[in-house]
Design a protein around this ligand. Sequence first.
Ligand SMILES: Nc1nc2c(ncn2[C@@H]2O[C@@H]3COP(=O)(O)O[C@H]4[C@@H](O)[C@H](n5cnc6c(=O)[nH]c(N)nc65)O[C@@H]4COP(=O)(O)O[C@H]3[C@H]2O)c(=O)[nH]1
Length: 711
Amino acid sequence: MTRLPDRQSELRSQRLLIHAATVKDGQLASEVLASGGVISTVCNSVAALQQALLEGAGAVLTVEDALEGQLMDVLRAYVAQEPDWSDLPILVLAGQGADSVIMQRAVQSLPNLVVLERPVRTASLISSVRSALLARGRQYEVSETQARLRENEQRFKSMFDNHPDGAFIRDLDGSFLSINEAHEYLLGYSLEEFQAMSEERYVVPEFLERTRSAFDGARLGNAQKFHTRKIRKDNTRVDVEVVLFPVVVDGSIVGVHGVARDVTQANHNERRIRYLATHDALTGLANRTMLDDRLHHALEQAKRNDRQIGVLFLDLNRFKQINDSLGHEKGDQLLKIIASRLLGSVREADTVARLGGDEFVIVLEDLESSDAMSAIATAVIDTVEEPIRLENHEVSVSTSVGGSVFPRDAWDANSLLKFADLAMYRAKEQGSGAFRFFDKRMNQHVLERLLTENALRLALQNNELEVYYQPRVNVESEKIVGLEALIRWHHPGRGLVLPSEFIPLAEEIGMITQIGEWVLETACRQSRIWSDMGLPPTRISVNISAYQLSSPTFVERIQRVLGASGLNPCDLELEITESSLMKNLEVSCEHLNSLRSQGIFIAMDDFGTGYSSLAHIKRLPIDTLKIDQSFIVNIAEDHNDAAIVSATIALAHHLGLNVVAEGVTDEEQVAFLKAQHCQELQGYLFGKPRPAAQTTELLKSPKSVFATAVL
Ligand SMILES: Nc1nc2c(ncn2[C@@H]2O[C@@H]3COP(=O)(O)O[C@H]4[C@@H](O)[C@H](n5cnc6c(=O)[nH]c(N)nc65)O[C@@H]4COP(=O)(O)O[C@H]3[C@H]2O)c(=O)[nH]1
């Protein structure tokens, strides 16, 4: 690159260097020239001149007759050193030697050599020196401008060539004048190929018009930035962001400069992000965000066009078990299959969304009628229930579906979803495979539940709970041998509330452990009071829910309560339902075995209503089997029930278990059960559940409960 003269050398370029054969000649020449305003430096030796030249000179004046030897070498070497230095004016103030051969040779080898033959008039000398300095100054400016231009050109070229994006220059007709390497790489075409083809070849047709109008805009002086899609030489597509701006020379637009950046990956990433923000990553269905969006949009349209919208809410029954037993991978596979089946059972305009887990929502746009919605719900239930193959396993799941309709049920998206969800829960109560439309009473039900929930949270601290006791009698001795503790709630507004109305809720809201423990404490304390009163010994039975049973601290809690009451472990019986026991069989058995080993009795409650595997019974840690009242109620008329009861009693005896028949209400039942050698009976015939004080009276009474019952 050309070395640019700096400001210092620029100033020095105005300097005249004088070299003379004698100091006196030099001095004299300098003074003469100074009188004409020419600044000069006198060099008294060739070496001094050589040094001064390197520092920059506008011209050299030598006062020499003969320009030869060392001086000539120095001057020749100097002018040959840099292109710019070749035009250094050298003036020779010569005497007789002006016409000498030596001087002529010098003139030939130094093109800018001017010989002034003495005597020279002062004015003429000054004028010659000045014009030499002036010429040199002009020369200097020109070369400097050229150097700057060259540098700018190189800067531009360097930027153009090295730009990481594809850069190009086109003339006003659109012909390519230049492209950089990145552009060649971007589309695969060389400059010559570009010059030989039309835009249609390398711009995707849908983007042609936009590309052309952007070029026209830039040609008119307006910079453009736009996205387009181009066709590579290998026919693949590339998304590019193009910036176009006019090339302006001397105030006129002479072409268009462009930079094209590959944004294919960035576009792909953006699309992916947008997709993930609105779709469920596992199934590809709409996610909650998209569902909300679609539902809002559908509602707006339906309101404008006076149309109906249906919302179906569903989840999968048994999904959790499959997920737990076969693993998450298979669970995911199953969800994907269900998702595609759901998509297959609705129209394209409808939306199927997964809300997470196994919950799905379907929005049916332009719903014709409720009947149409029922038909779709039924189709959904059927398609979900079809067997599913997961590698080596064939599984089946079922679903319950709830539905709400705009405008009948609600006008906003949230309520429609909430109501469909609510309806789904009610459908579940009907069993799997059911569909229910939302109706307003469901809302009432939810409200009531909420009120009950709040009230239940306060019931314990407000002393609204009470334990009632129901006698259990021995068939042989006709005596009360046990009492079942049954909870009651004295609701401030609703009066006496039965456990079936609040125990499931207490389980749901996590209050059952607290309530269950309170019942256990109260019953144990009460039993101890009766025993201290000297009343006949009775075993107290307390119901234990599945949640209590599976708690890791269950055994400790029972021991703590028992210890605090001072009750003998063999005076306590815990009643567990079949289904509670089966929920977490391993842990439950472990807990019950531990309690049994300490003398506590275990009864299986409601036997016959759950899993009812008689074969199973022998492996369970129980002492007593309580036959559910639903079998007892028709025992006299229903041969089936009678057969089941006799078989159960026989088997229980065979296994050494005590048997209690629940819900005994009449003598016929007593006679039958007696004949089957059922040891214990419980039912309204012998006494309804009653408060502790009344139970005390019953225990004190010398009369047989049988006698009372028969009366
Ligand atoms: N129709 C009729 N019914 C009879 C007859 N004899 C007894 N019953 C009723 O049958 C239920 C027997 O209790 P369960 O099977 O353990 O069934 C209980 C038990 O599962 C649960 N429960 C009651 N108290 C508690 C408790 O403290 N904790 C837990 N976890 N559950 C409880 O609530 C269920 C219902 O309790 P209750 O309403 O007191 O209902 C009691 C009792 O009043 C009869 O001859 N005819």
